[in-house]
Structures are given as structure tokens and as C-alpha cells.
Unconditional design. Structure first.
Length: 234
């Protein structure tokens, strides 16, 4: 589904990523964990076309995409659900959702996809006429996820979905993410909530100071002494 090979990326003269490589298979949940400033969001921006790498390759469904613009990558079947939701605050819930269906390949299926999103998030149908800025943080996160799904993606890149949310809402968000596997959607999940993330992920990568320092099956990483001390406080 996705293969990242030896990516190096810079902000100005400052190098943020160092020879980062990873892969994601179809319908797989892969996690990327690490502390603040580790380079997680930089990697997501590089994969989704918001930042061009200095070197390396990003291959998505057989296509090299590291030189493509973001809208072209969305057309190929990838969506990026950003940290902080990034909704249009003075547009309604439905209008925000419809913004995710603008790629030509999915616009003709807009109503069908909207119904599917409403099935996944029933409250969005009830609130479809409400302005996005009037929703709670958890509700806004669901709108952001629904907007991403409106593009009918094969891969969802999700950045810090639990940020700023109450624990009970976080549990619901993680259940929804895990359920997307059944829809044959691959997930690349970036989270600081390491325990819950590794519990739902198939595999994970640990990013520290712009480098991948550990990788493997999530169950095994949960037993790693470094993970337990650095990220789980055990």
C-alpha cells in the first residue's frame, strides 16, 4: 500500500528526518509513536505532499508520489486527517463533510459516501446543519474523520486524533479507527497515547530525533524495556 524509503527532510537548513523508511500493507493499522519534536508530523506532511523531501522515495499503490501535490495524492486514494482537526468553523457539518468529496473520482458518489459516513457517525446526521465551531472537541474530531472518509480512501493518515479529548471520547475514537480495518482501509496512526495506540495497531515504528529507532509487531514493542520506560512510565 505505502512504502517510504530513506526519506530525508529539512525545514530550511535544519534537518528534521534522517533516512526514514517504513511500509504499510493493505487494511493494516500501523502506528508511529514518539515524543514531541520527534518528527512525526513532518513525516506525515512529507507523505501527503505538504512537504517535499530532500531525498528518498514515497511509493503509494505503485506510484511514486514524493513530487506530487497534495490534491493529486488524494486522487490516488490517500487522505490526511490533520492534528487539531482543521475544520472550516463557519461552515456546517454537512458542508465540512462535502469538502472531502471534491476529488473527481468520488464526487459522483457523494451522497452514497455521505450516507456511509452518517452510519459510522450517527450524530453527524442529526447535527448536519450545525456550524462546526459550535461542536465539542470530540464531535469536531469525528467531523474531521468523516471528511477524510468522504474521499473514499484506501489509506488514512491520522495525526494525533486524541489530542485534547476526554478519555471516554478517546476510547470511542480508537474504536472507530480500529473498525476501519473491516472496511479494508489501511491506517497510519500518529499518536502520543502509546498504550492505546499499540493495543489496536498491527505494527509500529518508533521515531526519535527524526530517526526510526525501533520497529516491529505492536505486542512485542509493548514488552520492550525502552518503550515501557520512555513512553508508558513503567
Amino acid at each position: 500500500m505505502l512504502e517510504v524509503s530513506n526519506i530525508n527532510a529539512f525545514y530550511g537548513k535544519i534537518q528534521a528526518l534522517w533516512d526514514v523508511s517504513l511500509k504499510i500493507d493493505e487494511a493494516e493499522i500501523v502506528a508511529l509513536v514518539g515524543g514531541n519534536g520527534a518528527g512525526k508530523t513532518t513525516l506525515l506532511k512529507t507523505i501527503s505532499g505538504l512537504l517535499r523531501p530532500a531525498s528518498g522515495q514515497v511509493v503509494f499503490r505503485g506510484n511514486r508520489i514524493e513530487g506530487l501535490k497534495s490534491h493529486a495524492i488524494v486522487d490516488l486514494g490517500m487522505c490526511h486527517i490533520p492534528e487539531g482537526r482543521k475544520l472550516f468553523p463557519d461552515m456546517s457539518v454537512r458542508e465540512n463533510l462535502e469538502m472531502g468529496a471534491y476529488p473527481k473520482r468520488v464526487w459522483k458518489h457523494k451522497q452514497e459516501t455521505l450516507d456511509e459516513v452518517y452510519q459510522l457517525f450517527p450524530f453527524l446526521r442529526v447535527r448536519q446543519g450545525q456550524l462546526a465551531r459550535t461542536l465539542s472537541g470530540g464531535e469536531q474530531q469525528m467531523v474531521a474523520m468523516g471528511r477524510g472518509l468522504m474521499s473514499r480512501p484506501r489509506l488514512c493518515v491520522i495525526d494525533e486524533p486524541s489530542s485534547g479529548l476526554a478519555p471516554i471520547v478517546v476510547d470511542e475514537i480508537f474504536q472507530i479507527i480500529e473498525g476501519l480495518r473491516g472496511r479494508r482501509i489501511a491506517i497510519f496512526l500518529i499518536e502520543q497515547n502509546v498504550q492505546q495506540t499499540l493495543e489496536i495497531a498491527d505494527r509500529a515504528y518508533v521515531l526519535e530525533n527524526g530517526c526510526v529507532t525501533l520497529e516491529g509487531e505492536s505486542e512485542k514493542l509493548l514488552e520492550e524495556e525502552h518503550i515501557r520506560k520512555a513512553y508508558l512510565g513503567l
